[in-house]
Design a protein around this ligand. Sequence first.
Ligand SMILES: [Zn+2]
Ligand SMILES: [Zn+2]
Length: 213
Amino acid sequence: MLIDLHAHTAPRSNCSRTTLEELVETARSNGLDALCITEHDVRWPGTELEDASRLLGFPLIPGVELTTDVGHVLVFGPLRKPLWLGYKLEELVEECERSDTALVLPHPVRRLAGERAIKGGRVPPLPAEVAALPQWEAVHAIEVASTQTTTLEHTLTAAALAVVHRPAVASSDAHGPGLAGAYATEVDGPIHTAEDLAAQIRAGHVRPARHPV
Ligand SMILES: [Zn+2]
Ligand SMILES: [Zn+2]
């Protein structure tokens, strides 16, 4: 199945300039089979996303983009702690070792080689240094590209994956209109729920299907 694992809606993610309806319309016209909604540190309450999925006639899978001590981590599946309390990577990994929850590292080199880091005069790290970061092996998959990352970030991430191979995904990280499905991941299916998706991510049954590198 072709799935975009990472997208934000307004107003639940206050950085987003697009709505669920627009994302779904774009996802559909870009040929996606499903779209994951991953707001920052908040989940859609109750059955709201499920209800919207039924209403819009399009598969929507819930996830969350959690802020941790090493930056953002995409989470598919349940977590015990209230999200607003935050997680340390170590704590998150330990909990997920005992559950079926899957972790994906989005924009993995943003802090080291993203637009702001480079403008601030930072020298990009070597691929081996990136692959040695604790989060590289702690998560179940690495996001190789999105619409929110630069060519330098894509190249560096691909080079780090050549040093220490990990399952990889590509996703839009859509924050605006017209972006859902711009980048996407091929996931072994069928996928109906976050649990189905988490199981495939944990098993490494994911590949970047639409991406620039
Ligand atoms: Zn992020
Ligand atoms: Zn995001």
